[in-house]
Structure formats: structure tokens, C-alpha cells
Design a protein around this ligand. Sequence first.
Ligand SMILES: [Zn+2]
Length: 103
Amino acid sequence: MTTLEKNKTYRPEIVRIGERMYWVQSATDRDQRYFVDLHDGTCECVGFAKRGGCWHLTEARKIEDEREAAARTFDRRPARPSGMAALIEAFEPSGFATGDYPF
Ligand SMILES: [Zn+2]
């Protein structure tokens, strides 16, 4: 009751500490955090030990999936020059060689 009240605004912190590795704060005890390793799909909490799954792992996976999705979106963008690439292309000396123009 009071615990729920107290936890209403509390959001566990999830910290990416390495390639597919996370610290996930406990949802009930903010002094507690668990190491989640997505290579093995493991979490060090009691719930994982008992059930072979827990929300720490689920949350970390969700974030990792979003990271991967974002990376894929970035890769799939059309190869149209923009920003720095456009600037470089605009100032590329060979682009201004007179021989390149049909007149
Ligand atoms: Zn866990």
C-alpha cells in the first residue's frame, strides 16, 4: 500500500555497461541492482534463478532491441548526400573540371 504509493514515481535505472551488458536497478529496492548479460540471457536476481526469467532481462532486451532497430534504420537510409557528405561533394574539385560539362 504505502510501498505502492512510494514506488509510483520510482523508475528503476537501467544502465548499459558494455556490449549487451546492463545494470538494472531493482523495481522494489533502489539500493539493489542486478547484472544482466544478454550474451547468455542471464540476470543475477533471485527471480531469474527461480524462474529462468525476470523483468530485468526483459527490460534490458527491450533496450538492446531498440538499439539494434535504430542501427538498422540508420544503415538503411538512402545514400543521398546530406550534411557533411553534401558539403564534401559540393567542394570536391574533380566535380568542377571543365571536361565534365557537356557545353
Ligand atoms: Zn532479474
